[in-house]
Design a protein around this ligand. Structure first.
Ligand SMILES: Cc1ncc(COP(=O)(O)O)c(C=O)c1O
Length: 389
């Protein structure tokens, strides 16, 4: 097979990488291959590297502002990539999607208010609700034919019980589901009916495999737009998490003002120099690179699921519509979560995320990050085999 730019193995050790340099702290040992936290072992698009280098070469790193060109780049990206129109005036910036979720919780709810999330789901959803002294309500996802489905009866029962805010993860981490238009419409209609605001975390929305299509919930109906804050970022798409750049798209003026007021209260006023340069270059010039990335990730997904089917039939990976994260059902092994981790670390020397980190329903699962060169992937798969054979 022809070499791909994504085949290049880059040594990430000694770069203060959480994934590679914090192994002792996270897993209690350093002799493992890390395939856990959600960043990629790939270089970003050349256009992004060039923009960052140009900024470094300039050499002065004083106070900056986010120029209108970045707002326009985001607006165009949302229109071209996701067929969703946002006015420039609805676009705000933030250092991350998790900080935005926390800001929105504070801005749109009061202490003690109920906030609903799915379970299992991305860990900080639980933490942000609890750390802001709101009342956490969860609706467990169902597994049908080996993939996640929404439990609408449960969702409706909970939404009507005085929930103020619902945090949606679309595409879903860790399950990789891209929620369909029909599903999103039902969620939106319920939120309208019961007067519940929506935070839509769409950080994985660019990493969708064909024929699946990501639909921003705000794009479905005008009334959904009025109750939704949508969060996006170039961090997952272009591997720029360390730059700390994201956007909050909030068309409802009143909600936007509330969000902005909390940002002001926290003293947040702009993005850093590199976030601005990287974000602009990525959204303006990263589309072609992204297509190549998606083809590579899709193949990594296929290689992994085929390998597991052949060598580890007790493991059942969930088919991912999106993301580079594979959510693997290990319940067929008959091991406890502790035993699964022990075997992964001691026998396989492989660092994966334990499913228990993602809340109820995550027991017996592990999450494997496949965003790495094939050489690393093959090494990881051999280790997975060793762990459980
Ligand atoms: C669903 C989801 N939201 C947010 C984040 C992190 O966002 P940020 O780094 O912008 O705070 C992640 C990272 O894994 C994620 O999976």
């Amino acid at each position: 097979m022809e070499n791909s730019i994504f085949d290049k193995v880059v040594d990430r050790n000694q770069t203060y990488s959480i994934k590679w340099d914090a192994l002792d702290k996270v897993f209690g040992r350093e002799d493992i291959l890390p395939m856990w936290v959600a960043d990629m072992d790939f270089l970003p698009p050349k256009a992004v590297l060039d923009a960052l280098k140009e900024r470094i070469d300039h050499g002065i790193f004083g106070y900056t502002f986010v120029p209108m060109s970045v707002t326009e780049a985001i607006q165009d990206w949302m229109k071209q990539r996701h067929d969703c129109e946002f006015k420039k005036s609805s676009i705000l910036f933030s250092e991350g999607v998790v900080p935005s979720i926390s800001t929105a919780i504070r801005a749109f709810t009061e202490k003690g208010d109920k906030v609903l999330i799915h379970s299992p789901v991305y860990t900080p959803f639980f933490n942000m609700v609890k750390k802001n002294d709101r009342t956490l309500v969860t609706s467990n996802l169902l597994i049908e034919n080996g993939r996640y489905e929404l439990n609408f009866a449960d969702l409706e029962a909970k939404l009507q019980d005085d929930v103020k805010l619902f945090i949606l993860c679309n595409p879903h981490n860790p399950g990789g589901r891209v929620w369909t238009k029909d599903e999103l419409e039902k969620i939106g209609d319920l939120c309208v009916k019961y007067n519940v605001l929506i935070l839509s975390d769409e950080i994985h929305s660019d990493l969708v495999f064909k024929p699946n299509v990501h639909i921003p919930i705000a794009s479905i109906k005008e009334e959904f737009k009025k109750i939704t804050a949508t969060f996006i970022a170039p961090s997952k798409t272009f591997n720029l998490a360390g730059l700390q750049a994201s956007a909050a798209l909030i068309p409802n003026k009143e909600l936007k003002a509330k969000f902005k007021a909390v940002q002001d209260q926290q003293g947040f006023f702009t993005l850093n120099t590199f976030a601005i340069a990287g974000m602009e270059a990525a959204y303006l010039n990263g589309a072609e690179w992204l297509e190549q990335l998606l083809a590579y990730l899709d193949e990594n997904m296929n290689i992994t699921t085929n390998f597991i089917a052949e060598h580890l039939p007790a493991l059942k990976p969930m088919k991912a519509d999106a993301t580079y994260l594979l959510w693997i059902d290990c319940r067929g092994l008959g091991l406890s979560d502790e035993e699964i981790q022990k075997q992964l670390l001691e026998k396989g020397k492989l660092g994966l995320e334990p499913g228990t980190k993602y809340g109820e329903g995550g027991e017996g699962f592990v999450r494997m990050n496949l965003a790495c060169p094939r050489e690393t992937l093959n090494d990881g798969l051999q280790r997975l085999k060793k762990a459980f054979s």
